[in-house]
Design a protein around this ligand. Sequence first.
Ligand SMILES: O=P(O)(O)OC[C@H]1O[C@H](O[C@H]2O[C@H](CO)[C@@H](O)[C@H](O)[C@H]2O)[C@H](O)[C@@H](O)[C@@H]1O
Ligand SMILES: O=c1ccn([C@@H]2O[C@H](COP(=O)(O)OP(=O)(O)O)[C@@H](O)[C@H]2O)c(=O)[nH]1
Length: 458
Amino acid sequence: MSRLVIVSNRVPVPEKGGAAAAAGGLAVALQAALQERGGIWMGWSGKSSGDTEPGPLHISEDGRITYALTDLTEKDVEEYYFGFANRVLWPICHYRLDLAEYGRKEMTGYFRVNRFFAHRLAPMLEPDDTIWIHDYHLIPLAAELRQMGVKNRIGFFHHIPWPPADVLFTMPVHEEIMRGLAAYDLVGFQTDHDLENFAGCLRREEMGDALGDGRFNSGDKIFKGGAYGIGIETEAFANFARKAVSHAMVHKARQSIEGRDLIIGVDRLDYSKGLTQRIDAFERFVLNNPAHQRNVTYLQVTPKSRSEVPEYEQMQRTVAEQAGRVNGALGTVDWVPIRYINRSLSRPILAGLYRLAKVGLVTPLRDGMNLVAKEYVAAQDPDDPGVLVLSRFAGAARELKGALLVNPYDIEGTANTLARALNMSLEERKERWQRMMDYLTVHDVSRWCDDFLQDLAA
Ligand SMILES: O=P(O)(O)OC[C@H]1O[C@H](O[C@H]2O[C@H](CO)[C@@H](O)[C@H](O)[C@H]2O)[C@H](O)[C@@H](O)[C@@H]1O
Ligand SMILES: O=c1ccn([C@@H]2O[C@H](COP(=O)(O)OP(=O)(O)O)[C@@H](O)[C@H]2O)c(=O)[nH]1
């Protein structure tokens, strides 16, 4: 088997004495996959080094993984990560044309940092390495490597949604981005819908077409494309959840809800996650269902994310104010309806909290996959499982057929679905959960990894 070299912007190097809390699905999923196979994981260290050229790669080993991390300059981080990746590609891929901020400087910075990554990666490569590049930060990386003469197989997985042509083409450099993808041997998306959108983008301005059998052409390039929904470590997560019941923090949480029904939401603080609509829906649910008033607690775990980006900074205020307003309006001296926390919790603790919750409320306005939805299912007690209320606009909705699907823009509809979830019979809960758990047991993260790498090798 050829050596695997993974490249992603975010690399969660384990801290000494324990694993780092990696809030973000990509990091969590890849760590599991690479630990199993062994190989190199290259990416950004998360640090910037003033104006000067970053120093040498930081190399470290953990089990079967060799980590190779590079610092970036402040200008690089500003233009490539906060600028083009998170103020252009992220909003565009999440259908938020209104939030995209195009600047020549940021676009140039994005392509420059991709070239820089290529120069750092190339000397580490051996001729039969398989290279697997991840996510929207690094789309042009294969094209840069090819220009340097790298002939290895290179795959790309896009973790976030791929939008339709009308949305993508609002981005001034859409052609360069599409051409960047054509330099890979295999391009993977989360769902069939993303793949269809991608094919539509190729066709729209006759940049290329689908050739059948999952093959595409663009210019003189022929490459493969497919849908590979990312999974979780289903069994390990179910084990965490079983054990977590005895964890002190989970125990305290159970005591403090005093027998009330727990609804849980877990999301990075991101406008794509639909937090304001979700809080509105919860408020509507409480107002419409007096029988549930005072008998329900909604816990929203929301670590801060990308705070240097103005839209995220603004969201921190909006969501905190909204949660405060709803608590003020509905709460009583002995009941706080919403517990809103901005810390990141470790996954074993999250597993225990998911298991306590009667409802997993996952309502993004748009999401590539959403691993929280899958983790919530895996964490349930088979004899008394909770109900997953899931946005139809999350990639996970293409797979988790036992969930109650909602349109997160429809506040009244989501509120009604919450009531339905809390009133659901044990028999229906079990039947729905079993369907999802059977699926997740087979389609776990190793299966995702194997499927992608097999197609890349074929
Ligand atoms: O690295 P950050 O800027 O802090 O952001 C965290 C990660 O967010 C995104 O995750 C996506 O990948 C998940 C796994 O495939 C998927 O379930 C989720 O729907 C996506 O939003 C992003 O794609 C990652 O690159 C970030 O590291
Ligand atoms: O406090 C937290 C919140 C989230 N997560 C993890 O972060 C990932 C979030 O992935 P998801 O696909 O749901 O969304 P993303 O943040 O990647 O957009 C999941 O594995 C969560 O368990 C975590 O470890 N601690």
